[in-house]
Design a protein around this ligand. Structure first.
Ligand code: ADP
Length: 306
């Protein structure tokens, strides 16, 4: 099984003609309420790709929490580890502007209550899991504690170090793979963001910093996959993205992570898993929305066989 420990957010989306200024009231389009949050998006993607998937996290005792739980259940995710706490369900307030540079406020709410004590609640699920998926919209100490527990129990950890922050070396050592975009890659190393042009070299540096394997996602440019070989030269490869017309890239990175986790749980090699995930996210970017745009496994297989 795949165990996802992470966030669940209600995405409140409104289209606006431009960003409002200080003190200004703007009229927008109709409000859309969409299920989101990195953890929930990743869990839905893993389940749609065919993995038995368990989600661990926190929502509030409110309508948004019930809505997110229902969307997870509809995708086939096991949610008995999704706790209800006395804070509002996490939310993202998303203003979609014609320039395509959306403005987003994240209100973590219940996600901030997902403390390391979640380890006790998740002990049985972790023992059953072949793959653990972690991301950082919950307190980092929780993700780090789960990574350490997985290392002790021999569970393989897929670590999505997003949002960007530095990652301690002992946590990097349990990442197999660490999945980051280029910004998160620099942050994970604790480096200020520089203009990176050599992503293969960046992946090698993350291996040298301790990660067991690394995937750097590069949007329409695809992904770099790097694996340590235990002393020998690391194996580094570029996997191209599919050439598609992107209409909404929201959730592409999360779907990619969930798909990689599913394939690893099925016993795939990392490069095979990344090829499959690349096809899944190519379909995600051609549709509006995040969770709702992840295809069922049969659809991805038909797409790959076309
Ligand atoms: P993030 O949103 O986390 O920054 P990316 O934008 O790198 O993640 O996207 C993750 C993956 O989704 C990429 O590796 C690629 O396979 C796929 N993808 C993203 N944008 C596109 C696009 N415009 N065309 C095709 N595939 C894409």
């Amino acid at each position: 099984a795949v165990l996802v420990v992470g966030s669940a957010n209600a995405d409140l989306v409104a289209e606006v003609p431009r960003r409002p200024g200080a003190g200004e009231t703007l009229l927008g389009g109709d409000l859309r309420l969409l299920p989101g949050g990195k953890g929930a998006n990743q869990a839905v993607a893993a389940a749609r790709c065919g993995a038995a998937t368990v989600m661990l996290g926190c929502v509030g005792r409110d309508a948004n929490g019930a809505f997110l739980r229902e969307r997870l259940i509809a995708a086939g995710v096991e949610v008995s580890g999704l706790a209800e706490v006395d804070r509002p369900t996490g939310a993202a307030l998303i203003l979609v502007t014609p320039d395509g540079e959306n403005s987003i406020v994240v209100a973590p709410g219940a996600n901030a209550e997902a403390g390391p004590e979640l380890l006790e609640r998740g002990a049985a699920a972790l023992a059953d899991a072949r793959i653990l998926v972690l991301s950082l919209e919950i307190p980092a100490e929780t993700a780090f504690a789960f990574a350490a527990a997985a290392a002790r129990s021999g569970t393989r950890t897929v670590f999505n170090a997003a949002p960007a922050r530095s990652i301690p070396a002992e946590v990097l050592r349990s990442c197999d793979p660490l999945i980051v975009n280029e910004h998160e890659a620099c942050a994970a190393l604790g480096e200020p963001e520089t203009e990176v042009t050599d992503f293969e070299a960046l992946a090698r540096r993350l291996l040298a910093a301790g990660a067991r394997s690394v995937v750097i996602t590069l949007g329409a440019e695809g992904a770099v996959v790097a694996e340590g070989t235990g002393g020998g030269d690391p194996v580094v490869a570029r996997i191209a993205a599919h050439r598609v017309r992107a209409v909404d890239t929201t959730g592409a990175g999360d779907a990619f992570v969930g798909a990689v986790a599913c394939e690893l749980a099925r016993g795939a090699e990392l490069d095979e898993a990344v090829r499959f995930a690349t096809a899944v996210s190519a379909m995600v970017v051609q549709r509006l929305g995040a969770q709702s745009s992840v295809p069922e496994r049969a659809e991805t297989e038909a797409y790959l066989a076309r």
